[in-house]
Design a protein around this ligand. Structure first.
Ligand code: NI
Length: 181
């Protein structure tokens, strides 16, 4: 497995829509394994292919393992990785809930985002087998956040323009500082 370089906001690649995957192959699986290793390394709970510069409708998640970023030590024994190819939301609840969301492409930035509490989704799994699930809570929020990435949307697109500008400015500054160091 290999670590992949993350695409950091603001980068125009994050705004581009990802394309459907025609077939889940060994190459797709190797890529998903690399994405998973990268996500664990960075301490995230979800990662979309676009965040490593690949515009394919692929995402991975693991909300069970825990992450230092979310206030707990990662526990490898609890790992429950999910691999989703061409995921689609087929139903969303009227009821909303909110989480303090973060994103590996927007380091150290967090904001409360409201989304449907429950969703039904359809996708192809690691072996290319079609699956349908109904998720709620963190899993539902995480999959909606990641599917947004596939459509060129980041979590700060869901918050007020004022808050979004503050975060965007901070990230621009961080990027500039990193480039000149
Ligand atoms: Ni994200």
């Amino acid at each position: 497995m290999a670590l992949l370089p993350l695409v950091i906001y603001p980068d125009p690649r994050l705004k581009k829509k990802s394309l459907p995957v025609e077939k889940v192959t060994d190459e797709t699986r190797k890529f998903m394994d690399d994405m998973l290793e990268t996500m664990y390394q960075e301490g995230g709970i979800g990662l979309a292919a676009v965040q490593v510069g690949v515009h394919q409708r692929i995402l991975i998640m693991d909300v069970e393992r825990g992450s230092k970023r979310y206030g707990n030590e990662p526990d490898e024994k609890k790992s429950a990785p999910l691999f989703l190819v061409n995921p689609e939301i087929t139903w969303a609840s009227e009821e909303l809930n909110s989480y303090e969301e973060g994103c590996l492409s927007l380091p150290q930035q967090y904001s409360e985002v409201f989304r449907p509490k429950e969703v039904k989704i359809r996708y192809l799994d690691y072996n290319g087998k079609p699956r349908e699930e109904k998720w709620d809570g963190l899993l539902a929020t995480c999959v909606q956040h990641e599917i947004d990435h596939l459509d060129g949307i980041v979590f700060i697109d869901h918050i007020s323009a004022v808050k979004r500008d503050i975060i965007a400015r901070k990230l621009k500054k961080m990027k500039k500082a990193a480039a000149t160091n």
